[in-house]
Design a protein around this ligand. Structure first.
Ligand SMILES: Cc1ncc(COP(=O)(O)O)c(C=O)c1O
Length: 301
């Protein structure tokens, strides 16, 4: 078995008893070392579809530190697909950072494009150009989010999670939370913590869901995508010391910082049971630490 979904257990997180709430973390990050967390869920049905269509090559898009790029490269190497990453930033090279090096070592070929071309990446003229350059491919969207990805993410929450009152996850493109909303029960509330600024997400998520038992809390993006400060680093290090679970600085660290802040502010009623999803992303720690060192900030341990 390449992917171990039975490793995704719910683990108790320490919360002082006086708050009167219970917090557990679903360890989706433990499914696979490199195709971890929501990445496995989002790729599962897409890769089945790619095989069904007879595609030998996966092409996808991402930023320089993208967890999705690393996961597609690793999944391609495991399941015998060639992989192509169209990366935002024409100044970059395959060895610019740990994520790109990892993807390159797993066989991914890159096309580094300008921000302008990246914005037009799904338009016909760009796709035609990519086909001319690389031949036929199965296109996995940026962040991996599409209908098949949402279907995979619907499998994150299972029958045994029914007694949680709150389901929490980090949000990037909205695919993961959409799956969680679709499989949530009528008495459960889903809270998403966007890792980036902007209010386009509500609409994107509504493309995949029809339920209304969810909300986005936009207070914990720390200034935007991959923005970080010493307080967040300290929180991540403290969380690991207490719970022996590593968090990533772009998604899960911000989500759990937010959950603890909300617990502290009394947002959750006494007796609440909260389930947070560990969606992985740990491959990004090395690259973030390199940036933190340059800025003379504390690093993630
Ligand atoms: C570790 C991690 N958690 C959460 C997310 C957010 O997932 P989504 O893009 O489906 O909202 C991502 C990004 O895809 C991620 O890499």
């Amino acid at each position: 078995m390449i992917f171990n979904i039975e490793n995704s257990i719910n683990q108790q997180i320490y919360v002082p008893e006086s708050y009167g709430v219970q917090l557990e973390l679903k360890r989706e990050d433990a499914i696979h070392e490199f195709v971890s967390g929501n990445k496995y869920r989002k790729l599962k049905y897409n890769l089945q579809e790619a095989k069904k269509q007879g595609s030998k090559t996966l092409l996808t898009f991402g930023g320089a530190f993208s967890n999705h790029i690393a996961a597609v490269a690793a999944a391609g190497a495991l399941l015998d697909f060639k992989t192509i990453g169209v990366i935002r930033g024409e100044e970059l090279q395959p060895h610019s950072n740990a994520t790109l090096q990892f993807a390159s070592q797993h066989g991914m070929k890159f096309m580094f494009v300008s921000r302008e071309m990246y914005r037009e990446k799904v338009e016909k003229h760009v796709i035609d150009q990519l086909k001319k350059e690389f031949g036929d491919f199965y296109l996995v969207p940026e962040g991996g989010t599409n209908g098949l990805a949402v279907k995979g993410c619907e499998e994150i929450i299972t029958e045994t999670d029914r007694d949680f009152h709150y389901l929490c996850c980090a949000v990037g493109t909205g695919g993961t939370i959409s799956g969680i909303i679709n499989s949530s029960g009528p008495n459960q509330k889903v809270i998403g913590f966007p890792a980036l600024k902007g209010n386009f997400l509500q609409k994107d998520i509504n493309n995949f869901v029809s339920k209304t038992n969810w909300e986005l809390n936009t207070d914990y993006h720390f200034g935007g995508y991959a923005k970080i400060n010493a307080e967040l680093v300290t929180f991540i290090n403290e969380f690991k010391k207490v719970n022996h679970i590593p968090l990533d600085p772009v998604y899960t660290g911000k989500m759990l910082y937010g959950i603890f802040d909300l617990i502290n502010k009394g947002y959750f009623e006494k007796g609440s049971k909260i389930l947070a999803i560990h969606t992985g992303g740990l491959q990004g720690v090395e690259g973030m630490n390199a940036k933190l060192k340059i800025k003379n900030l504390p690093i993630i341990e």
